[in-house]
Design a protein around this ligand. Structure first.
Ligand code: AMP
Ligand code: MG
Length: 406
């Protein structure tokens, strides 16, 4: 089978993974979700004129010639109802931050600029009209758009929506993603390994990648290398999920059944992608839902998730920016390779130098089974076909995980 360029495979996969149908979800669950329509204010924020300082509400005109003595006629704390409180000429009301301005008053004098003697307050400064007063609607007015459609909701967005009384928000739902491991050699947990067995490491990795990307992971367990076992796990998974990620069983070995199952249950395409690692990829849609058949080698399955599944799942979640951030970096140690017609995704440690430029050095152990070395990396260098990159030269780098501020 001939090799297909990475971009072509990514485009083919993205075409099949359309955004999920938007729905209203609880505000508390919406962090990181993408809004499906603009959200506007229906009320004033703040809802009433209030004080920004602890101090005294006064008529500014009374303070033109400080120091002046004013009669204290009341106290207003945050949450107090101001309707019975009025500041007349020569009067002041003791007031706490956030409390509503009493009628008659048009300025607040900070408590630090006053001292009290019984029910009299001495004001030491001249106040100007509106001083230390937060006006109703200073932040938002009815009709203001507070969050545009397509916004990735941050904690601050949730706060501003809460300040307007929103309890539910219309968003693209977080895709629920089932993760299934396939392979007769795999065992779960900490027990002794019998000859030929290895522990399932892809499932914890992929479940965590799903979670880290802001999707909802669903653990579908392990399936034996057997068509019926894989088919029933896929059917079970699709009943509960928006998409599935499987690992193993997509190469050309004798017991690689994932492709056969996807072909039987839905429509399946597979590629030999012109990359290393993660060359084989099977991708199917079953009951209209995407299934990513990732290769079994641990590093390959991770890289394959990053390149194909994550952007497609982000598109399903309504994101407009689908891909990890790419930066130019200086190669600190040479990255060697041989021409083979493939783009190499070299596991590297990327750091920012004092000059603000990214620098990368490859981690030792670039085999697609060498997960320990890959775990030390925080980025993938995209090394084009050829002889590699010399020290001091530039390379494009895809930042992963916490180092990608997306
Ligand atoms: P396969 O793609 O099924 O041919 O698997 C390729 C290699 O990846 C084999 O060495 C498998 O043992 C290994 N492998 C497959 N699935 C897993 C897994 N879930 N955890 C760790 N290694 C795996
Ligand atoms: Mg296998």
């Amino acid at each position: 089978m001939s090799l297909t360029p990475l971009d072509d495979v990514q485009a083919a996969v993205l075409r099949e993974c359309l955004p999920l149908i938007p729905r209203a979800i609880d505000l508390q669950d919406a962090l990181g979700c993408v809004t499906s329509m603009p959200l506007d204010a229906e009320e004033l924020v703040p809802p009433f004129d209030n004080t920004a300082m602890d101090g005294f509400a006064v008529q500014a005109v009374d303070t033109t010639d400080p120091p002046v003595e004013l009669k204290v006629v009341g106290t207003l704390a945050a949450g107090a109802d101001p309707s019975d409180v009025r500041v007349g000429a020569g009067e002041a009301v003791r007031i706490m931050t956030g409390a509503p301005m009493p009628s008659g008053a048009d300025a607040v004098v900070m408590v630090e600029r006053t001292h009290t003697e019984g029910d009299v307050v001495v004001i030491d400064v001249r106040a100007t009209v509106g001083e230390h007063v937060r006006r109703a609607g200073d932040d938002l007015n009815p009709g203001d758009v507070v969050v545009d459609a397509g916004t990735v909701l941050t904690p601050a967005h949730l706060g501003v929506l809460a300040s307007l009384g929103y309890q539910r928000v219309p968003v693209f739902p977080r895709p629920r993603v089932g993760v299934l491991s396939t392979g007769d050699e795999l065992v779960e947990g900490a027990g002794d390994l019998r000859p030929g067995q290895i522990r399932d490491s892809n499932r914890p990795t992929l479940l965590a990648l799903v979670r880290e990307s802001g999707f909802t992971p669903v653990d579908l367990g392990l399936a034996r290398d057997e068509e019926t076992a894989i088919a029933s796990a896929v059917e079970r998974g699709l009943a509960a999920c928006d998409a599935l990620v499987t690992s193993g069983g997509v190469s050309v070995g004798d017991f690689d059944y994932v492709k056969a199952v996807l072909d039987r249950l839905g429509s399946m395409r597979s590629w030999q992608v012109a990359i290393r690692p993660a060359k084989p990829l099977a991708f199917g849609t079953v009951h209209g839902k995407p299934v990513f058949g990732l290769p079994g080698n641990p590093v390959s399955s991770m890289v394959s998730f990053e390149l194909f599944a994550r952007p497609a799942l982000r598109q399903m979640g309504g994101h407009r920016r689908l891909f990890r951030r790419r930066v130019d970096a200086v190669v600190a140690e040479p990255i060697r390779r041989r021409p083979d017609g493939k783009l190499h995704l070299v596991r590297v440690v990327a750091t920012v130098g004092e000059d603000g430029r990214w620098r990368v050095r490859p981690v030792g152990g670039q085999g697609s089974h060498q997960l320990a070395a890959a775990a030390a990396a925080n980025a993938l260098a995209l090394v084009p076909d050829g002889e590699g990159v010399a020290a001091g030269a530039n390379v494009k780098v895809m930042l992963l995980g916490a180092d990608d501020p997306s």
